[in-house]
Structure formats: structure tokens, C-alpha cells
Write a protein that binds this ligand. Structure first.
Ligand code: FPP
Length: 268
């Protein structure tokens, strides 16, 4: 579908230029210290479109193109997990037209991009309350997950009808259910983590939010405990692989202490 987006048709020259920029920037990264899990809050689609006198939906279409580029970049760099916030539990309160458009868009992307994602070794994993989705969308998303289940290059968690609080409540209920079935359980941090949608994934090292706002908006609340947060005013449709690499470079400059003192100070 990336190819027939009215507004997002990038000429091959532009693509080549983007690739060149990526290659020029990439060597500045320490490839052995890349995050194992990056999560993105793809904000600013609506404002990007409105600023151009376009319907908000065009911003979402262009946003899909951006996400595709970031998926490709993660694959090239060898980042093993990417989580993208596609639709929150709160987004159901948007105007019906926009909600329907986003559902159709997810369906369309899952159909048209499946083969190429599969060929790139991407494993698609939907996370969220999928029972909220229209049947056609849910079926297609689950089909994409099944058909890519054995892929190992990049795990792409698509947060759809996702809420961080809901996810924690869900985990607690799963544990309660097991206890009710007579299992002896210790409810500790590991037990909760093992019942989240992201069970088995490393926690996100880096969470990027585009679009100028500086909040998490109910995204990966448990998992974000020690994530580095990166906020940029760039609207998601304008966010390029080069901007992504800049976020990774900033991440590598951070001193991650996890409540301890700096390793550098320890050595002094
Ligand atoms: C936030 O921008 C973005 C969303 C609510 C939707 C993002 C979804 C996509 C890019 C589609 C991805 C889907 C798949 C499966 C690839 P906003 O509308 O809140 O922007 P605004 O703050 O400028 O209004």
C-alpha cells in the first residue's frame, strides 16, 4: 500500500537520498549498544494534515509510510523489538469517521504489507484488547500474526486498542484465574510481567514520542519503568529514519543508572 498512497509517494531519488542520509549517520552509533526494544508513540498525524489543509486521515496514511520506514531501519540495524502505538483504548472516543478510517487502514496495511514484512523476517504481534476490533480487522491482524509467527529478525508489536492500565488489570485477572484454579502463586513483579501482552520481551530501552507532547498517554506503563524517554516536536509523518537514528544517538549519550550510581563514578 505504501506505493499507492496519494501523498506519500516518494520518488526513488528521495528514497535514495534518505538511504544515503541513513548510511552517513549510522556509523556514529555504537552498534553494540543499540536498544533491544524501541517503542514509538506516533503522534502528530492529524496536525500534520491540518497544517496542509488536508483531512486528518491523510496524516494517518502518511504515518503508515513513516512506520514502514522505521520498521525497515530497525531491521537494518538489528534492533530486535519495536512496539508501535497504533490505536489506544481511548481512541475509540474519536469521531466515528476517523475511527472507521483507522480500522480500515490497519486492515489494508495488514493485507498489502504482509508479504514484504514476511520477507524481511518481521514477526507481527498485535497487543491490546483485540476483541474490541471489528471482526474483519481482528481476523486479518490475527492472520498476519500467524503467518509471521516463525520470523525472527524483528518482533513488531502493534498496540491496537491498547491501554497500559488495562494491560496491568488484565495481567492481574489472569493471575487471579490461575489462583482460582487451585495453583499456588507468588504474585511478584516477574509474575505480573509474565502476564502482560509483552511477556518475554525486554522492557523498552527507549520510548520515542513525536508531535511535541511530553507524556506517555497510557502506553507501556509497567514496562516503561526505566525506559529512556525521547520527545521531539517533529510530527510523525515527517519523522525520517535519520531522525530515528538521531534518537538512538541521544539514547546512547544517556547515563542509564537504574537507581544505582553512575558506573563512571564507581570507577573513579
Ligand atoms: C496519533 O496522531 C496517531 C494515531 C492515533 C494513529 C496512528 C496510527 C497509524 C500511523 C496507523 C498504523 C497502523 C498500522 C497497523 C501500521 P493524532 O491523530 O493524535 O495526531 P494529532 O495529535 O496531531 O491530532
Amino acid at each position: 500500500m505504501w506505493k499507492n498512497l496519494a501523498l506519500s509517494q516518494l520518488s526513488s531519488k528521495h528514497r535514495k537520498q534518505q538511504r544515503q542520509e541513513r548510511e552517513e549517520t549510522a556509523p556514529k552509533l555504537a552498534l553494540d549498544r543499540l536498544p533491544k526494544h524501541v517503542a514509538v508513540i506516533m503522534d502528530g498525524n492529524g496536525r500534520w494534515a491540518e497544517a496542509r489543509g488536508l483531512p486528518r486521515t491523510e496524516g494517518h496514511r502518511q504515518g503508515v509510510h513513516t512506520l514502514r520506514e522505521i520498521v525497515r531501519t530497525c531491521g537494518e540495524l538489528g534492533i530486535p523489538v519495536l512496539t508501535a502505538y497504533c490505536f489506544s483504548t481511548e481512541n475509540w472516543q474519536r469521531p466515528q469517521d476517523e475511527v472507521s478510517f483507522l480500522m480500515e487502514l490497519i486492515l489494508e496495511v495488514m493485507e498489502t504489507e504482509l508479504d514484504s514484512l514476511k520477507n524481511e523476517g518481521v514477526r507481527i504481534v498485535p497487543i491490546g484488547r483485540l476483541t474490541d476490533l471489528p471482526d474483519r480487522v481482528r481476523t486479518q491482524v490475527e492472520r498476519a500474526a500467524e503467518l509471521t509467527a516463525s520470523n525472527r529478525a524483528l518482533k513488531l508489536n502493534l498496540a491496537i486498542s491498547y491501554g497500559g492500565r488495562l494491560e496491568i488489570v488484565n495481567a492481574v485477572n489472569l493471575l487471579l484465574q490461575r489462583a482460582a484454579n487451585g495453583e499456588k502463586l507468588v504474585v511478584d513483579e516477574a509474575a505480573i510481567a509474565a502476564h502482560l501482552y509483552t511477556a518475554g520481551d525486554p522492557d523498552p530501552d527507549l520510548i520515542i514520542r513525536t508531535g511535541g507532547e511530553r507524556r506517555l498517554s497510557n502506553f507501556l506503563l509497567w514496562q516503561a519503568a526505566y525506559a529512556e524517554l525521547y520527545f521531539t516536536d517533529i510530527m510523525w509523518p515527517d519523522f525520517t529514519p535519520k531522525d530515528f537514528v538521531a534518537a538512538l544517538a541521544e539514547y546512547q549519550r544517556r547515563d542509564r543508572r537504574f537507581g544505582r550510581i553512575s558506573q563512571r563514578r564507581e570507577l573513579d
